[in-house]
Design a protein around this ligand. Structure first.
Ligand SMILES: Nc1ncnc2c1ncn2[C@@H]1O[C@H](COP(=O)(O)OP(=O)(O)OP(=O)(O)O)[C@@H](O)[C@H]1O
Length: 250
């Protein structure tokens, strides 16, 4: 059988993270290794406390691991994130990483447009004008750009957060439960946009979700259990993922 090799956008090996000591010790990551293929949509599922958010934060350079390696491939070079200083990590995040939070994390005093352009105002890459306009148009935000977050619905706020993560064409977009606060219609919209970011804009997306329907939008779903990768499911269906999650919780 012919094998095609997919380029990894992020390659993490033997990640270990421990909190506390003695009887209170918690191990969110236990020598966990994972590869995130470039230009694809990867979902991460697992029971509560299995280490999903910790893993996402470590892969995105928002948190550090005690041991292991996280290599980010961006613009033809590989950068090891573990061991970088806080300042170096901040620069890496600004240049190469987009992050979408469950709680949107928009700046309340800024308009939608100012929020979307915030990473470049802070020294990140200047978005390409044509691409910026295409993203705004695709996300249906053209007539919302002068609004502040409190004037927008939850779904619209999350679309602004998606636009903020997309416009600088980061090497990887991470999303931590991006639909966790949304109703089913807004959830479907946001998931459709993440799917389009991969299919139409060639982006790499990694999303943590509890929701089998959301994770089924991905090209593959990695299931975590107790700080380790239990299984990777290619082209998952919601039914299969729901069944796997019952297994992972036992
Ligand atoms: N700052 C911290 N201090 C101590 N323990 C922590 C800290 N952050 C996470 N943990 C613990 O690490 C484990 C993994 O947490 P993590 O948030 O990564 O899990 P999760 O799979 O994302 O869970 P959930 O689905 O409930 O959000 C949990 O037992 C959690 O209580």
């Amino acid at each position: 059988m012919q094998r095609t090799t997919t380029r990894a956008a992020v390659r993490a090996q033997h990640l270990t993270k421990t909190y506390g000591s003695g009887e209170a010790t918690v191990h969110p990551l236990r020598r966990l290794s994972i590869e995130i293929p470039a230009g694809e949509f990867t979902a991460i599922m697992g029971p509560s406390g299995s280490g999903k958010s910790t893993l996402l934060h470590v892969l995105a350079g928002l948190d550090s691991a005690d041991e292991g390696s996280v290599v980010l491939s961006a613009q033809g070079r590989d950068v090891e994130l573990i061991g970088l200083s806080e300042r170096e990590l901040t620069l890496m995040r600004r240049r190469y990483i987009g992050f979408i939070f469950q709680a949107y994390n928009l700046v309340p005093a800024m308009t939608a447009q100012e929020n979307i352009l915030l990473p470049s105002s802070l020294g990140g890459p200047e978005p390409d004008r044509h691409y910026y306009e295409m993203v705004i148009d695709r996300l249906g935000l053209a007539d919302r750009l002068d609004h502040r977050p409190f004037e927008l619905s939850g779904g619209q706020q999350q679309r602004v957060a998606v636009a903020r993560a997309l416009v600088s064409k980061p090497a990887v977009i991470f999303a931590d439960e991006p639909t966790g606060n949304l109703d089913s219609r807004s959830s479907a919209e946001v998931l459709g946009l993440l799917r389009a970011a991969v299919d139409e804009f060639g982006q790499t997306v990694v999303m943590v979700s509890h929701d089998a329907n959301a994770a089924a939008q991905a090209d593959r779903t990695v299931i975590l259990s107790d700080g380790r990768v239990l299984e990777t499911v290619a082209e998952p269906t919601a039914e299969l993922l729901a069944a796997k999650m019952i297994g992972a919780a036992q």
